[in-house]
Design a protein around this ligand. Structure first.
Ligand SMILES: [Ca+2]
Ligand SMILES: [Ca+2]
Length: 211
């Protein structure tokens, strides 16, 4: 029996079925791809934070310095021109200026100056007078607190600039377990806002091992 000759094309039904299958595959694959990208970004950011944490600890243990970088520019010997991003700026300026062995900022693409400030007199990093921030995988500045600065001068929070230009108020994270500062054993906190770009939420990437 002869089969009906085909014209070489696809019927509308066939095309619709194929499109339906493609749509179903995309629905399944998109969140998976998104998740794996997010987890890679979290890993990169976690590694950056640990690299800086090691450098800070190294400075604390060195006979020459014996302390963590301050989280105020004035305490680091620089002239602040605004009150934005001070913690990470003081960290970058301190570790970047003092001793190249302690400088953990090996990726220059991560050095940003989102608030455009600079010291009128001094070099703050390399040959620049800019107060740089070191940014995470989502291009927001890492937040840095030397905890005792917040016990001593009574100032509770600092304003930070996000990559989209908006500012947020940040303060050291309190441990739900102890009621004191999280990461108190280190004496400092380094925090990334994480993929949601908000401070103090569950997806934050932090320098200490448990909240
Ligand atoms: Ca800056
Ligand atoms: Ca967050």
């Amino acid at each position: 029996m002869a089969t009906e000759p085909r014209n070489g094309g696809f019927t509308l039904i066939e095309i619709l079925i194929v499109l339906g299958i493609l749509a179903a595959l995309l629905t399944v694959a998109t969140p998976v791809l998104f998740k794996s990208r997010e987890s890679a970004e979290r890993k990169t950011t976690g590694a950056l934070i640990q690299q800086i944490r090691v450098a800070v600890k190294h400075r604390m243990n060195s006979p020459k310095f014996g302390d963590a970088p301050p989280s105020r520019l004035a305490l680091a010997g620089f002239e602040s021109t605004n009150d934005l991003n001070e913690g990470i700026e003081a960290l970058v300026a301190t570790l970047g200026a003092e001793d190249s062995e302690l400088n953990p900022f090996d990726d220059e693409d991560r050095l940003e100056n989102l608030d455009g400030d600079r010291d009128p007199k001094k070099m703050t990093f390399g040959k620049s007078k800019q107060f740089f921030e070191y940014v995470d995988a989502w291009f927001n500045p890492l937040v840095y607190f030397r905890l005792r600065d917040f016990e001593e001068d009574g100032k509770k929070s600092v304003r930070y600039t996000r990559q989209d230009g908006t500012t947020i108020e940040v303060s050291p994270i309190i441990s739900a377990k102890t009621g004191g500062f999280a990461g108190a054993l280190d004496g400092f906190q380094i925090i990334s806002l994480g993929p949601d770009e908000e401070f103090g939420t569950d997806d934050d990437v932090v320098s200490w091992s448990s909240k």
